[in-house]
Design a protein around this ligand. Structure first.
Ligand code: NAP
Length: 250
């Protein structure tokens, strides 16, 4: 990791109170970015993320909002741009999962899932692009999932939301590349976070058997790849999906 390469950049990481988002926020701060730590409700956890950042000499601030609410996203990102001068890096990480048989999925569950995972990504990209297009520089990383490409029983709706984000990533990359804005997706496999903590032992060991590297992933495994994608080393990478899954899906 190259410390300091993001000095002067302002980053927004959604869902940065816990799990992968927290590790990404810490990584970008170590790389020198000012990091806006978004979360929905868990202020205590978000404050812990900020604490980790400031204790290691980084800079950041809390940015609570629901990514599903377009008006609030516009107003908070507008305030960040006014206060800090720009919004250069956006990591759309906030996400929820849904593990239900397809035929049992209710309209409300579908809507809530799509509102956070797909609409939330749309809302944040649209709001951040105003500053990025003006400055002719921007890096967007969208968090998808191994199931967006590989599928999984009981996760048809979650897969659909992440496959939607993957499609958005590629088309947006094609649309804004001429403004020097790179848009990529990172696709984690099984990562140890609150999202996967409830899985029973039987399912966990079944998944483990399918991972060639023989271990589950850590949030830091994903954060390192996000850090690379927003660094100068990745200036010629756009429209790609980088899989971080220990070989679970190739
Ligand atoms: P997590 O531990 O459950 O954390 C979810 C984060 O998203 C929290 O910070 C939460 O904020 C935030 N969030 C949820 N809904 C939000 C909303 N509407 N607005 C703003 N923030 C919201 O999840 P994770 O495992 O780190 O997953 C992070 C991303 O990676 C997700 O997009 C997930 O789909 C994807 N992913 C995870 C795995 C895995 O194995 N863990 C695998 C593939 C993909 P609060 O703390 O305030 O609730």
């Amino acid at each position: 990791m190259k410390e300091g390469v993001l000095r002067g950049k302002v980053a927004l990481v959604t869902g940065a109170s816990r799990g992968i988002g927290r590790a990404v926020a810490v990584r970008l701060a170590v790389m020198g970015a000012f990091v806006c730590i978004n979360y929905k409700t868990n202020e205590r956890a978000a404050a812990e993320t900020l604490d980790v950042i400031t204790r290691s000499g980084g800079k950041g601030d809390l940015a609570p909002f629901d990514v599903a609410d377009g008006a609030v996203v516009r107003s908070v990102t507008g305030a960040i741009i006014r206060e800090r001068g720009s919004l250069d890096i956006l990591v759309n990480n906030a996400g929820v999962t849904l593990n239900t048989l397809f035929v049992r999925t209710g309209d409300e569950e579908w809507n809530a899932l799509m509102d956070t995972n797909l609409r939330g990504t749309f809302n944040c990209c649209r709001a951040a692009l105003r500053s990025m297009q003006r400055r002719r520089w921007g890096r967007i990383v969208n968090m998808v999932s191994v199931v967006a490409e590989g599928g999984n029983p009981g996760q048809a709706c979650y897969s659909a939301s992440k496959a939607g984000v993957l499609g958005l990533t590629r088309s947006l990359a094609a649309e804004v590349g001429s403004r020097n804005i790179c848009v990529n997706a990172v696709s984690p496999g099984f990562i140890e976070t609150d999202m996967t903590a409830d899985l029973d032992e039987k399912s966990r060991s079944m998944i483990l058997r399918k991972i060639p590297l023989g271990r589950t992933g850590l949030p830091e495994d994903v954060a390192g790849v996000v850090g690379f994608l927003v660094s100068p080393d990745a200036d010629y990478i756009t429209g790609q999906v980088i899989r971080v899954n220990g070989g679970l899906y190739m």
